[in-house]
Design a protein around this ligand. Structure first.
Ligand code: FES
Ligand code: FES
Length: 167
């Protein structure tokens, strides 16, 4: 039994404490945007935010989640897919098959929270999510587009540190 705050709602779930958070999110709560890829914290398909940090939910036992921890999945990132990263992904047609992309978006959103103006190098270092379709160039371009949009929205002046990426 665990009480989890997922996307701002408290959920009571009946699971063993060593159950990976990913399976609770998908099977107990029914939020299937978060994907299973490798199961060993390597690919990033299962990425969610916990207290604003990107985490790989396949490798987090639900028993390690503390009361008050805030879990956010792709479904809770924004209302109506309006997060700047989601808008940039749509504008640039970033996904190919799409399987890795909710994890990519969660990783990108967490990166921009910490570093609102990342370079390509910053993106490559922070986002180690695997895309078997090889959409990395569009992912970088999407992060830069989202950074510009977020800066404009916040009234900040400036362009991304470099914009070498081409979609
Ligand atoms: S499924 Fe969690 S990192 Fe691959
Ligand atoms: S878009 Fe297919 S795995 Fe990334």
């Amino acid at each position: 039994m665990a009480k989890l705050n997922i996307n701002g709602k408290l959920r009571d779930v009946q699971v063993e404490s060593d159950t990976p958070l990913l399976w609770v999110i998908r099977e107990q709560v029914g939020l299937t945007g978060t994907k299973y890829g490798c199961g060993v914290a390597q690919c990033g398909a299962c990425s969610v935010h916990i207290n604003g940090e990107v985490r790989r939910s396949c490798s987090i036992p639900v028993g390690s989640i503390k009361a008050g921890d805030r879990i956010v999945t792709i479904e809770g990132l924004s209302a109506n897919s309006s997060h700047p990263v989601q808008k940039a992904w749509a504008a640039l047609d970033v996904p190919q098959c799409g399987y890795c992309q909710s994890g990519q978006i969660m990783a990108a959103a967490a990166l921009l929270n910490k570093n609102p103006n990342p370079s390509d190098k910053d993106i490559d270092e922070a986002m180690t999510n695997i895309c078997r379709c090889g959409t990395y160039q569009r992912i970088r371009a999407g992060v830069h587009m989202a950074a510009v949009a977020a800066a404009a929205k916040d009234g900040r002046i400036g362009a991304p540190a470099d914009r070498k990426s081409k979609a």
